[in-house]
Design a protein around this ligand. Structure first.
Ligand SMILES: Cc1ncc(COP(=O)(O)O)c(C=O)c1O
Length: 347
């Protein structure tokens, strides 16, 4: 498997290609960062307050939460903890319904696991029967994302319960909830009845903290234990600690962004209807748009005008599709104006 190709470092235009909050974080976060003292930066960071704040926000106890340097680090720790097979043992398998966050594939390879991909249905509805059929006695992890990236489609929580009941003993079901705030749906309240499920959350997206790198894993302490051991002891830095405490004290900032996301998605759907593009209704802060053979013209035309959108054509089931973040309304309007200009010029 080839290495993960990081998107190019484009910071001089409008970044709608990585599902970030293009409005940025709460001003309260900036104030908290400015209040950091030299001695706090000189010391290894304390985690009790940040963990308590995150646990309160998610409605769980502190024992059920582990902070990570971005959810990316949490996913790598899950792979290392659950997919590394003992010597002379057949590789463990990771089941991944596609199209999926590509990091699952790369982390499975790094941990020495075998990837078992489940191909998508044409409408991107959750392929429960196909996932169940892919589970074997060697399955050690099932990687789910709810709502999914890059489709934005949410899966029924019932499907997660069914998969959790079907995996072999010792395996875990990982539910990546990077975009849960936008869907208003989470498996977290159901975790007590399903100790083999671990939920991943990030503060990169809805809270606009991607640059500070903070996420978390939530689950039963005994299931989290091997994962905790795979996370470096001080991986979350003091700036992220200060930021998350402040961000969680400003849920109005979050509410404002969520309202703009809903409006932006409606604007994008209407633009697609006008422009003859297809789309998948999204429960997230981005929309997967079908542009067929106009993909390259659209991505390049937007790029030339300083707007970055993501060609997802090479992802399973996504030929002819691009993914566009739908967040700050003014940014969505700029993107739509450019899409109209590019597509009309191409006629
Ligand atoms: C499904 C999914 N999980 C995890 C992440 C990464 O989150 P973080 O920024 O916390 O590493 C992303 C970012 O794009 C994502 O789409």
């Amino acid at each position: 498997m080839s290495h993960y190709q990081k998107p190019p470092e484009l910071y001089d235009g409008l970044r709608l290609h990585q599902n970030e909050n293009t409005g940025g974080c709460s001003p309260k976060v900036i104030e908290a960062l400015a209040r950091l003292r030299p001695d706090q930066i000189g010391f290894y960071p304390p985690y009790a307050d940040a963990t308590a704040a995150v646990a309160r926000y998610l409605g769980v106890s502190v024992e059920q939460v582990t902070l990570a340097n971005g959810l990316d680090e949490g996913i790598m720790a899950v792979a290392v903890a659950y997919l590394r097979a003992p010597a002379r043992h057949d590789p463990f398998e990771a089941v991944v319904p596609e199209p999926a966050f590509e990091i699952f594939r790369f982390d499975t390879a790094v941990a020495g696991g075998t990837l078992v991909q489940v191909m998508p249905r044409s409408d991107f509805s959750f392929p429960l029967d196909e996932v169940l059929a892919a589970i074997t006695p060697r399955t050690r992890a099932v990687f789910l994302t709810n709502p999914n990236n890059p489709t934005g489609v949410a899966m029924p929580l019932e499907a997660i319960r069914t998969i959790a009941a079907a995996v072999p003993s010792g395996a875990i079901v990982f539910v990546d909830e990077a975009y849960a705030e936008f869907a208003g749906l989470s498996f977290i309240p159901q975790l007590p009845a399903h100790p083999n499920v671990v939920v991943g959350r990030t503060f990169s997206k809805a809270f606009g903290l991607a640059g500070l790198r903070i996420g978390c894993l939530v689950g039963a302490p005994e299931t989290l234990d091997p994962i905790r051991r795979a996370i470096p002891v001080y991986s979350v830095n003091i700036a992220a600690v200060a930021a998350i405490v402040a961000a969680l004290q400003d849920l109005d900032h979050l509410g404002n962004y969520l309202r703009q996301v809903a409006e932006s998605k409606a604007l994008l759907y209407a633009a697609c209807d006008r422009l003859g593009l297809t789309y998948v209704k999204s429960s997230s802060n981005f929309v997967l748009i079908g542009a067929g053979n106009r993909v390259d013209a659209l991505v390049q035309g937007a790029f030339d005008r300083g707007i970055y959108i993501r060609n997802r054509s090479t992802e399973p089931g996504c030929a002819g599709r691009i993914r566009i973040a739908a967040g700050i309304v003014e940014h969505t309007q700029r993107c739509i104006a450019v899409m109209e200009e590019v597509l009309c010029a191409a006629r």
